[in-house]
Design a protein around this ligand. Sequence first.
Ligand code: AMP
Length: 607
Amino acid sequence: MSRIVGIDLGTTNCCVAVVDGGKPRVIPNKHGYSTTPSVVAVTEAGQRIVGQIAVRQAVTNPEHTVQGAKRLMGRPFDSEEAQHAAAHASYRVIAGPNGDVRIVLHDKEHSVPELSAMFLQEMRVVAEDFTQERVDRAVVTVPAYFNDNQRQAVRDAGAIAGLEVVRILNEPTAAALAYGFGRAEPKTLAVYDLGGGTFDISIVRIDEEGEFHVVSTTGDSFLGGEDFDERLMDFLMKAFYRDNAIDLRTSPIALQRVRQAAQKAKAELSSVEQTDVSLPFVIATPETGPLHLEYTITREMLERLTADLVTRTLQICELGLSYAQLAPEHVDEVILVGGMTRMPAVQRAVEEFFGRPPCKGVHADEVVALGAALAAHAIEEERDTGLHDVTAHSLGIMTAGGRFDALIPAMEPVPTKVEELFTTSRDGQAALKVVVLQGQSEWAAENTPLGRFALTNLRPGPAGTVRVRVTFTIDEDGMFSVGAKDLDTGEEKVIDVLASSGLSDDEIERMMADSAEYLAHRRAEESKEDSRQACSRLIAKLEGVLPEAEKKMAWTPVGATAVEKAKKAVTAVKTGLDEADADALTKQHALLLRVEQMIERALEKAS
Ligand code: AMP
């Protein structure tokens, strides 16, 4: 069986880890970094680029560069969050055929899972290059507060990337697992996870046996570093408008530059008290000529601009503790996860709230992937992961008057299932319609619809006599499924839950094919480049030894012919090297190897 890797599919960065020699370790990408930016771009020539190189070209190609796609995972187009993104993003966000979100890059529409699949595929390549094995199975982490639609979108992303997602693991739970590795004592942990796009707080109890019990988990899947960036961007653009009466939002390139500058300033202000934001030639108009943006931002200003966001995380912490029925002093250790927790104001607030300094020695960017790798390794070895998680949302159905009837309450340990009996309310009723939702409100309309299904072909009978037992299940991945049985006929009902948004099977298959084709093409290009480089090395080596060989051998007719042949071969390969295709490169490499051997043998004889 192939290895299973752990992947942290973050809003801002992705990270892949594997257990190696009994210890989890992060696999660096080919640039030597442990994380890869979750940024993808399509160039004018239609080429896909991912990661650091995509970040570098973002300023000149803002309309076709996507960052923060995870925030749109599993969201319908008409949701508040998707509308916010449509208004603020530098790329075009439109409605998809299933009411989902599509992003347009050079006239091609991409679904959000398709874009996330590109990051998963990138992580797959990083892992394959390191392990030198095929990687097609992964444990992928998600924010604990992700609902079923969002988890399904991650599953779809895995399928598109050609990865079997063997487990979807909550990010804070993964972090707790990595924290607990090699630490044996029982403890109550609070995992405060503020990433680029989402916030989670989980209270986790590690027991005497080293098992991990999530006691409560809650969060906000639209609260993270990007909101901090936006505050700073707004501030800079308002200041610029005040000074120049020009709205920078009208220029995608200027907007992108301000975004990157705000992100950079925010991160810098975690270690220095003030920083200069300087964007020369940020915009030019016929009236004003080129204008420069130059402002000094202090840490105190940033803290003032974002204070309410930090307070909001603390309110959610309070809720998490109340779900766990604990007070802050019951928490033995606070673990900070996510890049945003490097902000001093966040650290101060968390320390004040819990009355203790957060744990040092946990790497905020890597801990989630490390935990995912540990879980992956346990699954690989068919061991129990020792994890006992809970569902962050109540699962229920819509009942009369638009009310929400919670069948599985939030904080229920998963996996779990519940049975509900449905009866007909009218004589001769042939179908029952059920709407499944997830959320905390008592009103169905305020919760997230997961889908609707119909129990059809019911045996006609008087009202109340036809009874169908419906089973709602939440599995270890936090995902729900539903099954039904007609109690009178004993017949199992096949239920098709129509997802409210998302991808159809056909679409996923098409995207899988595209993705597999991309990977095959990329691998072929890489292998071609490897052959080309191997040829270049051999050419350089032969060019180094041929003058000596000529001196020693050219005085015999046989030697002269050999040297002449070698020179010709080297020149011929060198001239056609840039244009050669894969087959030609393989042949040329073999030819150069033969020439090398021939010259080495001749030199040996001559000496
Ligand atoms: P993550 O999703 O965990 O990779 O978190 C990324 C978020 O952390 C982004 O919003 C980054 O801008 C932010 N971040 C990274 N480094 C720092 C830092 N030194 N100070 C403040 N925020 C940071």
